[in-house]
Ligand binder design. Structure first.
Ligand code: BES
Ligand code: ZN
Ligand code: ZN
Length: 501
């Protein structure tokens, strides 16, 4: 898709459709609204007068100007009340607009950009959100469809118009970020949506290698003998039930400036989670091809950092394996010595994410990062605790957590701060080993995070439990049914603003 930013009057553009965003309670038409209304003999005023379109967030309406304008269609999109407008509101509104554009099979659109920042939303931010809304609403995975009918023509051209020169630079910046952020989310959705038979650990590693080639990153893929040499035994224990070989993927972005601050990202890369010998039900397994969303998000984020040329060093670590039952599988009661040297008693093989992350986190420490962030579809319980609208945020560093909360607000991928009090350690005490991997019925997400904390030491660390937000059950604005790719835009925003503390 080609995206341009141009100075001039949007009504003079020549595209299939004109996208006009409108605030609620508009009293008087000015600028492009006035021109369009006049040309259409008051059709726009009429639309508002009837109350069929009020400008509420997410509302859309379509007008067909015939010969009177150069556009075949005018699509109106509501942005809600001026004093209540938020970045996420703009993103959602343009998600709905994008859906309309897709439904009408429009291939080129002109969009009227804001003329200035709004209260609480800067010009660059609103432009970025518009791009994200439109691009992400066009996301779909159609590689497994064989009939042309299921592959509608894509939107090819998007032009932003602004009348005055001032602020064009901000819009351009916002558009570029919007394209990169949307790429990261779509890339993550694509991998997460791929079924387990297509996206094996080997294939995931190939995707990382490809990203490295395209974005000039360093990529190392370690296979079983090397993983064994590193003594990453809790990772290998999970892999032992599967015929597909595990891979340890390390993707690294180094900025031009040497001696940059370093952040390590660790992502859960379970390409299919059957539960192991603690087997899930069929229903419980339905979502489990997306159990590598954390890994996909980490790979996408590292690549996007390179695209954005961020001045920090970012290392992505993704332990990738399946979790299957078999005659060679990890057993309930097994005791494993992890990469860190700590011993783990495995009392439920379905709590496998924390086992591979324990080794992933402890291995990531060998790069001596300034901070470490992990992302994982870790516990079903987080969905019970927080629902499907935000991820669980855990961590050992108050300032770093605050930075992540802020990134959540800006990116629309919100997080909620959860406790990690030391009193919870009690529940993970094992009779025989240093820790056990599960700890009773209550507070499951906290205990999972507590388990991980054993492997990060004193390093500033954040853990994102995205099990409640990684899949949508139906289309909604800029989300389509299936994988959300939650975390890519969040981490990118976090890294863009990251201040070492
Ligand atoms: N991958 C699952 C968590 C999950 C559940 C993600 C639902 C998305 C939707 C994880 O490996 C798991 O099975 N966790 C168990 C832990 C339990 C055995 C302590 C869970 O949440 O039930
Ligand atoms: Zn599991
Ligand atoms: Zn899992």
């Amino acid at each position: 898709m080609q995206i341009e930013v141009r100075q001039g009057r949007v009504e003079l553009a020549e595209d299939e459709a004109l996208l006009l965003n409108s605030l609620e309670e508009v009293k008087r038409f000015v600028g492009v609204f006035k021109t369009v209304d006049q040309k259409l003999s008051g059709a726009l005023s009429h639309l508002f007068e009837t109350g069929d379109f009020t400008g509420k967030t997410g509302q859309t309406a379509v007008l067909y100007p015939g010969e009177k304008l150069r556009f075949g269609k005018v699509i109106l999109v509501g942005l809600g009340r001026r004093d209540q407008i938020t970045i996420e509101g703009v993103r959602r509104a343009f998600g709905f607009a994008g859906r309309k554009v897709r439904e009408l099979k429009v291939k080129s659109i002109s969009v009227q950009a804001f003329e200035s920042g709004l209260a609480g939303v800067k010009l660059a931010e609103s432009s970025q959100a518009m791009v994200e809304g439109i691009l992400l609403s066009h996301y779909r995975l159609d590689r497994y469809k064989t009939d042309a009918e299921s592959k509608p023509p894509a939107l090819l051209k998007l032009t932003f118009w602004k009348e005055k020169r001032k602020g064009i630079g901000d819009i351009k910046k916002g558009v570029t970020s919007g394209e990169i952020y949307s790429w990261a989310t779509s890339f993550s959705r694509d991998l997460a949506n791929r079924p387990g038979n297509y996206l094996t650990p080997t294939r995931l590693a190939e995707e990382a290698t490809k990203l490295a080639r395209e974005n000039k990153l360093k990529c190392t893929v370690l296979s079983e003998p090397e993983i064994k040499k590193l003594k990453m035994n809790t990772f290998l224990a999970v892999a032992s039930g599967s015929k597909e070989p595990p891979k340890l993927i390390i993707l690294e972005y180094v900025p031009v400036r040497k001696r940059a601050d370093t952040l390590a990202l660790v992502g859960k890369g379970i390409t299919f989670d059957a539960g192991g010998l603690s087997l899930k039900s069929t229903e419980g397994m339905l979502e489990m091809k997306t159990d590598m969303t954390g890994g996909a998000v980490v790979l996408a984020t590292v690549a996007a950092c390179a695209k954005m040329r961020l001045p920090i060093r970012v290392i992505g670590v993704v332990p990738a394996t399946e979790n299957l039952p078999s005659g060679t599988a990890l057993k309930v009661g097994d005791i494993i010595t992890s990469h860190s040297g700590k011993t783990v008693e495995v009392l439920n093989t379905d709590a496998e994410g924390r086992l591979i992350l324990a080794d992933g986190l402890s291995y990531a420490r060998s790069f001596e990062p300034d901070a470490i962030v992990d992302v994982a579809t870790l516990t079903g319980t987080i969905k019970l605790a927080l629902g499907t609208l935000c991820a669980g945020l855990f961590g050992n560093h108050r300032g770093l957590k605050a930075q992540m909360v802020k990134a959540g607000e800006l990116s629309g991928e919100r997080v909620w701060d959860m406790p990690l009090w030391k009193e919870y350690d009690e529940f993970l005490k094992s009779d025989l080993a240093d820790v056990k991997n599960v700890g009773g019925r209550f507070g499951g997400s906290i205990l999972a995070a507590k388990f991980l904390q054993n492997f990060v030491g004193d390093l500033p660390w954040l853990h994102l439990d995205i099990a409640g937000v990684d899949v949508k059950e139906k289309d909604d604005s800029y989300h389509s049914k299936g994988a959300t790719g939650f975390g890519a835009r969040l981490l990118l925003q976090f890294l863009k603003d990251w201040k070492k503390m």
